[in-house]
Design a protein around this ligand. Structure first.
Ligand code: GUN
Length: 299
């Protein structure tokens, strides 16, 4: 029986990072500019520590400067704001990323709103969210950007008229994903925890993006034959008695693959693309801040 093609996010991300690396070298040669990314981690959440370490490593591999700021869990809102103000004013820093989630005493939205929108490489500032919603150029959140790139890599540039279903309505993934697909002229539905009949919604979708945070929630018989299924989930399931955990997506991979035309694995799908898009956004921010034309896209 034919099964869906596995989308190799790892190798796609490698190609993007290599292209960013080439563009960074040219920026240095032509304008003597080396883009810099500052990553701020508050507290000691183990998953966040791994993300931040990877971001740091790949930023350096792409030839950019990486500035890592690790603050203790009890950091106050004021202390974090002072750091952000310093990064906003630092000419060597072109991109600022504050790793989420933040500890309970810190108001996430008020922190994000203090980042200079031109340095907001996460695309979470309301100015960038508003630009995306209204179709003007700004910095776009990395995970949905990576998802769209994978979808177009499989279906081609023209996805106009396709039925797209986004499961999840977070500011980080669901809402910007829906805006991006709408901009591509897809017919977009956003499903969420109050959606009455999710299988009906998924069955008419040519493109399904699952970003709910519930392990293996999307079932095989929910999927239209040949659909593209993008799994944003990163759920940890206990595996056996050795205390280790297994990383698992929001999609029941083995079952869904029997109906899907294309499917992303977890790990090795969306995750690597998020970091690649972060580097792409940092390069893009450095160009915009220096009034330099954006690098050409790979064709
Ligand atoms: N935590 C989980 N995903 C993200 C992301 O894309 N950016 C930031 N800053 N924090 C996150």
């Amino acid at each position: 029986m034919a099964v869906g093609k596995i989308i190799d996010g790892k190798s796609f991300a490698q190609r993007i990072r290599a292209k960013v690396g080439d563009d960074v070298r040219n920026l240095k040669i032509d304008f003597n500019i080396t883009p810099g990314l500052a990553v701020v981690l508050v507290g000691d959440d183990p998953a966040s520590q791994i993300y931040v370490r990877n971001k740091n490593k790949m930023t350096i591999e792409a030839g950019m400067r990486s500035f890592e700021h690790r603050l203790p869990t009890e950091t106050s809102q004021k202390e974090l704001l002072t750091l952000i103000e310093g990064l906003n004013n630092d000419p060597e820093v072109n991109g600022i990323l504050v790793q989420l989630p933040l500890p309970a005493q810190i108001n996430e939205q008020s922190i994000l709103s203090q980042i200079n929108p031109m340095k907001d490489v996460d695309g979470f500032h309301v100015i960038n969210a508003g630009k995306l919603a209204t179709g003007s150029n700004g910095l776009v959140p990395c995970t949905p950007l990576g998802c769209l790139m994978m979808i177009k890599d499989q279906l081609g540039e023209n996805i106009s008229g396709k039925h797209a279903l986004v499961i999840g309505r977070s500011n980080i993934v669901g809402k910007p994903m829906a805006s991006l697909l709408l901009q591509e002229n897809c017919t977009v539905t956003i499903a969420h925890s109050k959606t009455i009949d999710l299988p009906i919604e998924t069955r008419r979708a040519d493109i399904v993006v699952a970003a709910v945070g519930i392990a293996k929630m999307v079932k095989g018989n929910w999927i239209k034959k040949g659909a593209v299924v993008i799994d944003v989930g990163m759920n940890r399931l206990p595996s056996g008695s050795d205390g280790k955990s297994l990383l698992c997506g929001d999609v029941d991979f083995d079952e869904v693959r029997k109906n899907a035309g294309y499917i992303t694995p977890v790990p090795g799908g969306v995750g690597p693309m998020t970091i690649a898009c972060l580097l792409k956004n940092t390069l893009s921010a450095a160009c915009a801040q220096n009034d330099i034309e954006q690098p050409q896209e790979n064709k």
